[in-house]
Design a protein around this ligand. Structure first.
Ligand code: NDP
Length: 271
């Protein structure tokens, strides 16, 4: 019997996850279906429970429900527990297991697809929502020296202070406080691109050779345009992260590892 999975979000029509998981299933011979499900903004928990009652095996969770998914999960992986945000759920009877594969996906994309080392690099992470929470610890694991900046600065400070340790250099601040600083990697984990909004970055923010990485995909965001205009050496969208985090979810559900490179090439129209 075909095992059913879904991605839940609001909005969700733009999602490439169904296509990605279809390609993973074909590659690995797994018998699954995967669809996009729109949940009302006040109806995330009801939607998850409906899917579980209909026999779905699990789901991915996207904007804006990752914190609610964390609350709903009855068991958490260590990464999800630290992130306080969940992007992947697995159903096992009454148990709802929560995981977070965003950070592993981002690190895989930067380290292995873009081939950029993060150890000891000055990394600026913009945003303090579900995506930023998901990637903070994995960025620490790969040795990044992390500054988190957010429009609501207190949220950046709270995220940084929940991760600080003697092994992990991380601080949180406002956009005003990054004036005069330079970074080797600047990651946009805000949703500003969804509304085509500018982010108030100083024009000298990119160190020589810097990577500008936007988690959004599908079109050039104002941040990517800014990066091209202000000296970033490499500008990337978040399509690679999307594929890599999907592969981690697929692995967690199915114990099968797809070849992400082939899928990414197909999505970028290179095959
Ligand atoms: P959330 O809604 O949880 O958080 C949104 C964040 O963006 C907040 O920090 C918010 O700041 C900030 N923000 C919103 N609008 C603006 C603006 N105009 N200027 C500056 N900051 C702004 O969203 P998520 O964290 O879940 O997702 C963020 C983005 O990352 C989305 O675009 C999502 O699609 C993308 N993403 C991509 C993934 C991939 O695989 N490629 C995976 C995960 C996410 P404040 O706190 O002040 O409101």
């Amino acid at each position: 019997m075909t095992d059913k999975y879904a991605v839940i979000g609001n909005p969700i029509a733009h999602s490439k996850s169904p296509l990605i998981h279809k390609m993973f299933a074909e590659q690995t011979g797994q018998d699954i279906s995967y669809e996009a499900v729109l949940a009302p903004l006040d109806g995330f928990a009801t939607t998850v429970k409906r899917l579980r009652d209909e026999g779905y095996k699990g789901c991915n969770v996207t904007v804006p429900f990752k914190f609610e998914a964390f609350q709903l999960a009855t068991q958490l992986t260590p990464l999800a527990e630290k992130a306080q945000a969940v992007n992947t759920l697995k159903f096992d009877g009454d148990t709802i297991l929560g995981n977070n594969t965003d950070g592993t996906g981002l690190a895989q994309d930067i380290l292995y697809n873009l081939k950029i080392a993060l150890n000891n690099k000055r990394v600026l992470l913009m945003g303090a929502g579900g995506a930023a929470y998901g990637v903070t610890l994995p960025l620490g694991h790969v040795g990044a020296k992390l500054t988190i900046v957010n429009r609501t600065a207190d949220k950046a400070r709270a995220l940084a202070s929940s991760h600080i340790s003697d092994k992990f250099m991380v601080s949180g601040c406002s956009f005003d406080e990054i004036a005069g600083q330079q970074f080797d990697v600047v990651i946009n984990a805000t949703s500003a691109g969804l509304t085509y909004s500018e982010i108030p970055l100083p024009p000298t923010i990119f160190a020589p050779g810097a990577l500008a990485y936007d988690m959004m995909y599908g079109r050039e965001t104002p941040f990517m345009k800014f990066a091209h205009e202000h000296g970033a050496a490499i500008v990337s969208d978040g399509l690679g992260m999307l594929v890599e985090q999907a592969a981690e979810s697929f692995w967690w559900w199915r114990s099968a590892r797809p070849d992400t490179r082939l899928v990414l090439e197909a999505l970028r129209g290179k095959k």
